[in-house]
Design a protein around this ligand. Sequence first.
Ligand SMILES: Nc1nc2c(ncn2[C@@H]2O[C@H](COP(=O)(O)OP(=O)(O)O)[C@@H](O)[C@H]2O)c(=O)[nH]1
Ligand SMILES: [Mg+2]
Ligand SMILES: [Zn+2]
Length: 316
Amino acid sequence: MTEGLIVKALSGFYYVEAFEDGKAAGNARAGCAPTVYQCRARGLFKKEGATRVTPLVGDRVRFDVTDEKDAEGYVTEILPRRNAFIRPPVANVEVFLVTVAAKDPDPNPELTDRFLVSAEAADAEAVVVVNKDDLSPAAARKMAQIYRGVYPVAVVSAQTREGTDALWEMIKGRTVAFAGASGVGKTSLLACWAEDLAASMETGEVSRKTGRGKHTTRHVEIFRCADGTLLFDTPGFSAFEPAEAANLAAGRMDMLFPEFLPYLGGCRFDNCSHTHEPGCAVRAALEAGKIRQTRYGSYVKVLEEVEKWQNYHHQS
Ligand SMILES: Nc1nc2c(ncn2[C@@H]2O[C@H](COP(=O)(O)OP(=O)(O)O)[C@@H](O)[C@H]2O)c(=O)[nH]1
Ligand SMILES: [Mg+2]
Ligand SMILES: [Zn+2]
């Protein structure tokens, strides 16, 4: 019985990197490839309560090696997860890099807030990354200003590499995933740190062992970078699902906005929605400039969506 990390899932196979001393083995930078076992899952992931549990990329698992020479085996058990996602199907994200561009495409604070809500609901940390600073430093600064003091913010350019070392310091050693609209530069940033990915994008080569390369981002895999950092390469996280986030947060959408937290005990009504009630400490903080208008606006929209969804489901 060995433990390892699922680094890729493809056509019913799970590619499991064996742990050594509790850590994933090998080091891509040092050039010593870890052993990746091609595994099937035994038919034990049937049902846990009402939901079907299947192994995901990012899962730490136990597996039996059936053939050491050809590196084949069976996944037998999923170790406890921090979180799990459906789109994309990954587990154990520690940090989301919620990424926007200063320009091309223009930054979208509302979409950014939806990703941040998802990260909060999944008990993951988030860093707001403003990329393409080279295209419009003024727009980058404006976007960064919305989030400073609420989330760690990194203003970067994947093109000039400005700021990417500082961002690396924020994520090194962690398990990290990008979220953000198409075209903001997620893959370009990932390539700053994942040398094997950068190489495969340049050459189109495919490793025989892992099938890596030919960068299409249609399946999910994890790229191992320096210092034990794991980067998910995914087709991108789908935007926030109000139902999912509300379930995870037990309906307390206000708790998914960290800058609201100091005020939540101060409202006159315990069940204050912070939209119309008298004596609302959150709206007082908004008026005092302690909570930013765009963030509050996103909260109201998210809350409306959740309520619409709940009403619909109570009627049917
Ligand atoms: N000027 C500039 N262009 C960038 C930067 N980062 C990415 N791009 C370009 O933006 C486009 C989309 O980048 P990509 O990494 O594919 O975005 P993704 O869809 O989020 O993965 C590509 O043409 C990149 O070359 C940057 O920092 N500055
Ligand atoms: Mg991409
Ligand atoms: Zn209130």
